[in-house]
Design a protein around this ligand. Structure first.
Ligand code: NAD
Length: 494
């Protein structure tokens, strides 16, 4: 049993609240650690620490901030296996997948290395006679990140790299289910030269989150998690005057047209539906198969499923690990159990033959799914792929556009014109054309539409820079004092 402390002012600090949570090894089902949950006083201490560090950090020159990000980039790259093994240990994802998570997170630190360039403003000389106008982007102050269990390293990296590079100080409230990666990251940031107090970690549950949402010294909240909580975070944070971006859940559809290469589509479906046990907000959970190819596509996916190696993430040949908790596994299994009663056809039942130790399920495949069934309407967030049969491109598109969520989607086709039309028509924030999981590279921004995002700035990339800064416009002139006179008219340029 190990203990996970808060990280305050550059060192680990044990919680004294008397409240804590269990950290499980999802591959065995055993408790392996305990994480202290912050009370209001502890959150206040963390925010005060971040506030105290702010003046010196925001005055630190851009070259130095970039240099620290470069150091951090090297440290994360050098320690990628250590971070990945922490992810496997507490989240359960297989090591190869965990290494991918670290690599995608690292991109965001690399992006933040370019902060001197990213914060360049505009300048208009002679906007009026002898008057110049320019804009600068300044940090917001103390900002908070609240993150989900499914990407314990990458999602914090989405947030803190840009936030810190822009001159903010940061408080991270990671998921209480797999909190260790955030502590390792905190140590690396210290080694990279980040001054103490600029990056802090406070562990906990709703108590800690609510205090961050109401704390007068927190200027902004960046959140990633489920839709009901995202909505709550957005409403509560904005009511308290904070800038908030809150990314929520998803139900990502892949539309497969008859001209697609069906083997390629089936490979993509198996990878995108069952990778990381379906616990990805960009996982494909619904395939819209046009009738003429639906039987063939279903058979190809079904044929591939027995080859998916399910086992502990530490096993070198495992491709899919356990789910995060017993409750979550049981909830996911419930969707499979209820599907046939609702009129769907369970082609592969992932409850059969799943390892009994740990929180395992094997991949499930459900055919003849329709809107109105629970397995269609809910975000399952597990290794369950639903097949919805559609008569045409138009019907498939309509289903995607009618869906509550709008995080990611994909189309598989060889017809460039139809793919272009799909890109034009679809009401979803991230679109893949023959790409099943279109997570944008770090120099674009990540975010869904509809119930997948509350707020108006997407995560990381250029919108991340916008989110963590505010614009100030300066109008300046250096007139000859001898020309000065009183003029009560509204300033005009012409
Ligand atoms: P979650 O919403 O349960 O938790 C996210 C964070 O909110 C955690 O830090 C948690 O401690 C906190 N939290 C939970 N309940 C709370 C409450 N009642 N009040 C205040 N704070 C609370 O999400 P999760 O289960 O950790 O993560 C899975 C969800 O995240 C899925 O819905 C998935 O789609 C979503 N997700 C979305 C994206 C995206 O980019 N849109 C990315 C990853 C995950």
């Amino acid at each position: 049993m190990y203990r996970i402390d808060h990280w305050i002012d550059g060192r680990a600090v044990a919680s004294k609240s008397g409240r804590s949570g269990k950290v499980f090894d999802p591959a065995t089902g055993q408790v392996q650690g305990e994480v202290g949950f912050a009370d209001v006083t502890e959150v206040d201490t963390v925010v005060a620490t971040a506030k105290a560090a702010l003046p010196a950090w925001r005055a630190t020159n851009l070259s130095r901030r970039a240099e620290i990000m470069f150091h951090m980039r090297e440290l994360v790259a050098a320690n990628r296996k250590e971070i990945a093994s922490l992810l496997t240990k507490e989240h359960g994802k297989v090591l190869s997948d965990a290494l991918g998570e670290v690599a995608r997170g690292l991109e965001n630190i690399e992006f933040a290395c370019g902060v001197p360039n990213l914060l360049k403003g505009g300048y208009s000389e002679q906007a009026s006679a002898g008057v110049d106008v320019y804009n600068i982007r300044q940090p917001l102050g103390v900002v908070a990140g609240i993150t989900p269990f499914n990407f314990p390293a990458m999602v914090p990296m989405w947030m803190f790299a840009n936030a810190l590079a822009c001159g903010n100080t940061f408080v991270l409230k990671p998921s209480e289910k797999d909190p260790s990666a955030s502590m390792f990251i905190a140590e690396l940031l210290k080694q990279a030269g980040l001054p103490d107090g600029c990056f802090n970690v406070v562990h906990g549950d709703k108590v800690a989150v609510d205090r961050l949402l109401e704390h007068p010294d927190v200027s902004a909240v960046s959140f990633v998690g489920s839709t009901p909580i995202a909505k709550y975070i957005y409403e509560t944070g904005t009511k308290n005057g904070k800038r908030v971006q809150a990314l929520g859940g998803a139900k990502n559809h892949m539309l497969v047209l008859p001209d697609a290469d069906l083997d390629m589509a089936a490979d993509a479906l198996v990878s995108a539906a069952y990778g990381s046990a379906g616990e990805r907000c960009m996982a494909i959970s619904v395939v819209l198969a046009v009738d003429t190819i639906a039987d063939e596509l279903a058979a190809k996916v079904k044929d591939r499923i027995p080859n998916v190696k399910v086992g502990p993430g530490t096993e070198p040949d495992a491709e899919m690990g356990p789910l995060i908790s017993a409750e979550h596994r049981d909830k996911v299994a419930g969707y499979v159990a209820g599907a046939s009663g609702e009129g769907a056809t369970v082609l592969v039942d992932g409850r059969d033959g799943a390892p009994s130790d740990g929180f395992f399920l094997k991949p499930s495949l459900i055919d003849n799914v329709k809107p109105g069934m629970k397995c269609y309407d809910d975000e399952i967030f597990g290794p369950v792929l639903s097949i919805v049969r559609v008569s045409s491109y138009e019907e498939g598109l309509q289903l995607i556009n009618d869906n509550l969520y709008g995080n990611g989607t994909a189309i598989f086709t060889r017809d460039g014109g139809v793919a272009r039309q799909f890109q034009f028509d679809v009401n979803v924030g991230m679109v893949g054309i023959n790409v099943p999981i279109p997570v944008p590279v770090s120099y674009y921004s990540f975010g869904g539409w509809k119930a997948s995002l509350f707020g108006d700035q997407h995560m990381y990339g250029p919108e991340g820079i916008n989110f963590f800064t505010r614009s100030k416009v300066v109008t300046s002139r250096w007139p000859d004092p001898r020309t000065s006179k009183v003029d009560l008219g509204f300033p005009q340029n012409r």
